[in-house]
Design a protein around this ligand. Structure first.
Ligand code: COA
Length: 251
């Protein structure tokens, strides 16, 4: 049974990472796979009441992989944690079958009470790099969470959430006949978040105003009146509109 589960996890990695070439490579070089092996041991200890031993096994897994999975968390089958560094999965989190998590993902809590305080991911959920899912709500089956999204509320089945705070978006291309296919590196440079757009507009404005101020300063520099008293008149004053009233006694 254990070997069958491990073999399924290895095959899930091969299926979902185009960079993976062989089972041996997955076993030797995939921290996500190592972290799940350590978690199986830690969870086994935790469920038998050996809490400290469970925490310690989890800690060793964390030191070796950079992936922190609390021994109390429930992780389904064929879960794939790609790259993995910085992933944190809290004590009461649940991860369904066939989920994919990228580096920096947090399945975190927002309460200090001893109750369910971390999210539950349905089956086939994909969580983009550095996404934060915070709170004891459900993320529906087949949902996709965009890279760097901050999800604070329940997520419907098969929806796509992006932004901070995350909101649902529709796919740009035509809808697929089949279930949505994840394109792992489909991170888009365009940011549709209205606040981000407003900030981008302000930044553009500041940049063009800076350029204009620099230009005006240069013009003023060129027309600055000569300081040499021997020069007598100050012809350049006539060129500077605001100063035109001064120094005109030679007229
Ligand atoms: C969220 C995601 C799954 C959406 O993929 P998709 O269905 O192909 O969606 P599209 O590219 O058609 O984008 C749909 C909309 O969401 C926006 N969007 C997509 N990803 C986003 C993100 N991470 N943050 C903010 N907005 C995002 C797009 O700009 C587009 O907005 P618009 O309609 O206003 O133009 C994908 O963009 C993503 O973030 N994947 C994670 C990849 C990842 O973490 N890779 C790590 C590899 S190491």
């Amino acid at each position: 049974m254990l070997l069958k589960n491990l073999r399924e996890e290895i095959d899930a990695t091969l299926a979902r990472d185009p960079a993976a070439r062989s089972r041996l490579e997955v076993v030797l070089c995939y921290p996500g796979f190592h972290a799940l092996v350590w978690h199986r041991l830690a969870h086994w200890l935790w469920r038998r009441g050996w809490l400290l031993a469970g925490r310690f096994a989890s800690h060793i897994g964390r030191v070796l992989t950079g992936i922190e999975i609390h021994p109390g968390a429930r992780i389904g089958k064929r879960v794939f944690i790609d790259h993995g560094m910085g992933v944190v999965i809290g004590e009461t989190a649940e991860v369904g079958d066939d989920c994919t998590l990228y580096q920096g993902v947090t399945l975190g809590g927002t309460s200090l009470r001893q109750e369910k305080r971390h999210p539950t991911l349905g089956n086939g959920v994909i969580v983009g790099s550095h996404a934060q899912i915070l709170g004891p709500f459900r993320v529906g089956d087949g949902a996709r969470i965009g890279a760097a999204a901050v999800v604070l509320t329940e997520v419907p089945d098969r929806s796509t959430m992006v932004g901070n705070p995350a909101r649902q978006v529709a796919r740009r291309g035509p809808p697929s006949e089949t279930a949505p296919v994840f394109q792992p590196y489909a991170v888009c440079g365009d940011i549709p978040d209205p606040i981000a757009r407003a900030l981008n507009g302000l930044l553009d404005e500041v940049t063009s105003l800076r350029a204009r101020v620099a230009q005006v300063e240069q013009e003023n520099e060129r027309h600055r009146p000569a300081r040499d008293p021997a020069a007598g008149e100050q012809p350049s004053l006539r060129l500077v509109g605001a100063s035109a009233g001064n120094g005109t006694d030679d007229d």
